[in-house]
Design a protein around this ligand. Sequence first.
Ligand code: 5GP
Length: 199
Amino acid sequence: MKEERKGMLLVISGPSGAGKGTIFKKLLANDESLSFSVSVTTRGARDGEVDGVDYFFISNEEYDKLLEEDAFLEHATVHGNRYGTLKSQVQKIMDSGRSVVLDIDPQGAREVVKKWPESVSVFILPPSYAELRKRLYTRNTDDPVEIERRLGNAKGEIDQVHLYKYAVVNDQLEMAYSQVAAIVAAEKQRTTRYFPVVE
Ligand code: 5GP
């Protein structure tokens, strides 16, 4: 049977510590039709991160220039560093008929949802604030002041869950992942993206 498919723009977001990054990586590893759009950031590369693969690591001046050129689909300052999704990256993937997946913070996600209403947005929620706090402390990547700041932001972000098409609670990772994978599978079959030709 012949069929044609159009790619989708999938946005995975959620408060810091909800587990969106883990779900995002698992999706990419298990679904070959999804591609990662490499973002730009002004933060320095961490050990093991590769320029052009994990991010394009750029200076504040280069970032300002991209802003001026209107090169971003969305952009935001997250925890003191600047991040942006390049329109050119997203376009390149969509033109090849593939789907794009973005792992971005809630400010950026809201911008994409507004600009691109046909995008598929999934908000990952923690099961409780107590669990979110526990995860942020266990992760041990930030100091207590920063953790409390992220927890403070989380409340406002979670209050805006209704702006997203889907919400998934990450209590058990496997369950949350399979719910996101089910959303992706259903969205692929929308007749606006899937064109079967019966001969
Ligand atoms: P990290 O610096 O740990 O890789 O990412 C920090 C945060 O920035 C995460 O919440 C991640 O989702 C978000 N992020 C990464 N790339 C982008 C981007 O292009 N745009 C926005 N808005 N957020 C991003």
